[in-house]
Write a protein that binds this ligand. Sequence first.
Ligand SMILES: Cc1cc2nc3c(=O)[nH]c(=O)nc-3n(C[C@H](O)[C@H](O)[C@H](O)COP(=O)(O)OP(=O)(O)OC[C@H]3O[C@@H](n4cnc5c(N)ncnc54)[C@H](O)[C@@H]3O)c2cc1C
Ligand code: SF4
Length: 573
Amino acid sequence: MGRFNINLNNTNTYDAIVIGSGMSGGWAAKELCEKGLKTLVLDKGRMVNHIEDYTTMLKDTWDVEYRGMVSNEDLQKQQVQARSGYISAFSKDFFANDLENPYQEIQRFDWFRGYQVGGRSLTWGRHSYRWANKDFEANNRDSIAIDWPIRYHDIEPWYSYVERFIGVAGEKRGFAHLPDGDFLKPIEMNCLEKQFAKEVEQKYKNRYVIMGRVANLTEAKPWHQALGRGPCQNRNRCGRGCPYGAYFSSNSSTLPAANNTGNFTIRPNSIVHSIILDESTNKAKGVRIIDAETMKVIEFYAKIIFVCASTIATTQLLLNSVSRNHPNGLGNESGELGHNLMDHHHNVGAVGIFEGLDDMYYKGRKPSGLFIPKYVNLDEQTKQKDFIRSFNYQGESNRESWTRGKNEVGVGAKFKDDLMKPGKWSLSIMGYGEVLPYHENKMTLHSELKDKWGIPQVVFDAGFKNNEWEMRKKMKADAIDMLEKSGFKNIASFDNPTGLGNSIHEMGTARMGKDAKTSVLNKYNQLHHVTNVFVTDGSCMTSANSVNPSLTYMALTARAADFAVSELKKRNL
Ligand SMILES: Cc1cc2nc3c(=O)[nH]c(=O)nc-3n(C[C@H](O)[C@H](O)[C@H](O)COP(=O)(O)OP(=O)(O)OC[C@H]3O[C@@H](n4cnc5c(N)ncnc54)[C@H](O)[C@@H]3O)c2cc1C
Ligand code: SF4
């Protein structure tokens, strides 16, 4: 796999600029380049070339210091990122340095970031689910916030388009509330997962347990192979970068596809400070960057701009793009920019031990777990009196390994024999619930505090409310009930609320809507008031649903790129 093109042209002028090269920026780059636009991608972080820069992908615990744990010195730099539980010697370099990227919390907000080429597409959990039509209708039905300007049929072909390219392993089940996709063969459940699925489906009328639908190649189709991607080896080390390109990331998939067109240029270490407006036409004419290493300020120009810096970073830069025409931030005529910040709420569920299946085991470490689609507030029969919207669970089942969770010390044949025997089976499920789009949940820019590059710091003031707290009670009670009814013992429940952001599904702050008076973007992710700027990351979301959101960002990005290029051809932009 060749390296990405980093050679800039002489004029700093391109057809399109894409800000950010993560999940959504990668898709914008691929689509715009494939449609013939000379495209410059600007990313704040360092270059990460596919495979050659995955420095820990083949390392084992004994190959690194401190058995893979992070030193206190390193931890000082990533105290916020460590709230995620994902920081280890193998992953830490794909998470941001909190000292260099500070922010302010009026209420706790867990902002987990990946500042590098590829963004968090390198570290994501790969769970990929479609939204159903009812999810797009939800705000309208409940008369809260504003209505989505699109419905399922608008995005359905783009879901298929994205799924086919990225490769999603999944099983078709025909659920109306969790539409099937264009799937590769599913990852297989282990024996306890199969048994749990059978028990739950027998004991409850409308609850189903399926294998998580994940962007891992259970089979590599010709279009995957053409990009050098091969089938997954079940190592479950995806967050380090995959030597087989077997999970979807920008670095393994969209950026190489863009690079292959000859239309692609990427400039890492380029922190976009603001979008430059041509005040006479009220169109964006380019962007102003700060070189992260030299601190030099440089301008780049283009006909269209895709802002894909991730939910909060995108709105930070739009709020920082002030001009006479847009004194409150670019495209912020509605005053909604920064508001309606959402995430999912999680860390509530239960774990149980299963006695039996002692003669069964499994092979490999599959990179996915269980998924229980939502089952409450789907209709009148499942309507809840204490909360609106719904939740789903993710889970997994394992057999305790030879360590049994303790560091046993001993000698002799019996001790060694005992170590060879696997322990008991356990299964855990954790809920992910919808967070409503509250206007008062917001991010703003601090009037004085700046980061080391002179960019105003983000201030978060957002939290969960009664609807989320009530929903959590049911999430916990149902988790216990499902394990009990399926024959588990020693069931331990947990409910550890976090700050907003901890699910790493931050959404909103530049929502889509039909009316420019109450929303920032139109139905094609185009700024209502600056029509050659498109925002296609999670900032655009009008509500949050309860499923992992990145598939929807990717589908919306591909759809918006298609629209932008056709408008450009019609000379409408
Ligand atoms: C551990 C983990 C597990 C996850 N699991 C899942 C999952 O199972 N399913 C799911 O759907 N989602 C999951 N997510 C969330 C998913 O990673 C994000 O939703 C997705 O990456 C967002 O895509 P994005 O393009 O908006 O942002 P990112 O992928 O974060 O990319 C943003 C890019 O913009 C760059 N950038 C930021 N600011 C600037 C600037 N000012 N100028 C230039 N560039 C800038 C960054 O360097 C970065 O490369 C997970 C995330 C993590 C970390
Ligand atoms: S589990 Fe599969 S996708 Fe993940 S790193 Fe291993 S081979 Fe790659």
